[in-house]
Design a protein around this ligand. Structure first.
Ligand code: NAP
Ligand code: GLV
Length: 314
């Protein structure tokens, strides 16, 4: 069915605009879709990634703001038009990538593949004593679209799996904790900690000395959420003390990670360049176009998966 005309503006930092514009135009042929420039016409909907405040200062008629990522922390500090719903990507092919990445990191650590690789490079054929899976309980912070998928995938490998969220959850094979009241118990039973929380004022710096110190000895930290969750110096100090055995980090306070940062060459830290779950263009365009069409046809905004609660910040 044809959709009434509409105007869509595209404002995505660090993103090649042309393929997105072509994909969106093909998916929404009745819409006028342009890359935003200062002074552009007022649009009905925006497709954004980390836009500047100047964009929202001008685009005051927006009914929907569609973020081409799962995390909306880059939007939450801005003054947004009061009339606009903010909608983030709801999976769009990211949860399976995140499950692959986290399972890979957990298994690589648990099975000591780094040590085997070093031995093989040195021409050594050597065995290590198998470790007990029961000694490596994995705790996933955040049981949302990505965290739940990751927790289920870890449980499939028979790791004792725990999860922590704001509100109570039930996930098969996962021991679930919720709220501040149960945070200490969750940490005390976790050895491998995976962060998949959104970055909000409540979760900023949540991976710090006093929380990481509550993990089981020989802890391992996997941060795939945002750099702002982790206090870098606290992690380094806990690795130096031996309480934390190492970390796999995909996200950083400053990205790209500055060349002089100690994480680059730390022997117990594996880093990747914010790539654990990439935005997949085709899936994302299909999802955003479907949601814009629904909103434009008058469907209630509350029915949209990925609608951001501005009070909670995610
Ligand atoms: P989501 O569906 O909104 O899930 C967020 C989860 O965190 C929910 O379970 C929520 O609890 C929980 N949570 C939020 N605040 C909390 C608090 N104060 N205490 C305890 N739990 C809290 O988000 P998602 O789609 O899974 O994505 C999670 C994050 O991953 C994104 O925000 C983004 O920063 C990051 N990410 C990173 C990459 C990458 O490539 N590195 C890619 C995509 C996403 P409730 O369920 O009770 O609300
Ligand atoms: C990537 O980090 C995202 O939030 O989608």
């Amino acid at each position: 069915m044809a959709v009434a005309p509409m105007r869509i503006t595209f404002c995505c930092t660090d993103t090649k605009a042309q393929p997105w514009l072509e994909g969106l135009r093909a998916a929404l042929p009745n819409a006028t879709i342009e890359q935003w420039t200062a002074g552009a016409n007022l649009a009905d909907y925006a497709v954004v990634w980390a836009p500047p405040q100047a964009f929202f200062d001008e685009q005051v008629a927006l009914k929907g703001i569609f973020n081409i990522g799962a995390g909306v922390d880059a939007l939450m500090g801005l003054r947004l038009p009061a009339t606009a719903a903010v909608v983030r990507l709801d999976d769009a092919g990211m949860s399976v990538q995140m499950a692959e990445y986290v399972c890979h990191a957990v298994i690589r650590h648990f099975r000591e593949f780094d040590a085997y690789e070093a031995d093989v490079s040195a021409g050594k054929w050597s065995y290590r004593k198998p470790r007990l899976r029961s000694d490596f309980p994995v705790g996933v912070m955040g049981l949302g679209v990505l965290g739940e998928r990751v927790a289920r995938a870890l449980a499939q490998f028979d790791f004792p799996t725990l999860g922590w969220s704001r509100s109570p959850k039930t996930v098969d094979g996962v021991r679930c904790f919720s709220g501040q009241a149960e945070f200490a118990d969750f940490l005390a039973m976790t050895r491998v900690l995976v962060c998949l929380l959104p970055l909000t004022p409540e979760t900023q710096d949540i991976l710090r000395r006093d929380t990481l110190a509550q993990l089981l000895p020989g802890a391992y930290v996997i941060n795939v959420a945002r750099g702002g969750h982790l206090v870098d110096d606290d992690l380094l100090a806990l690795i130096a003390s031996g309480h934390v055995a190492g970390a796999t980090l995909d996200v950083f306070r400053v990205e790209p990670l500055p060349a002089a940062h100690p994480f680059w060459h730390h022997p117990k830290i594996t880093i990747t360049p914010h790539t654990s779950a990439r935005t997949l263009r085709e899936e994302s365009i299909a999802q955003i176009a479907r949601k814009i069409r629904a909103l434009h046809e008058g469907e209630p905004v509350t029915g949209l998966a990925g609608l951001v609660d501005l009070k909670k910040g995610y």
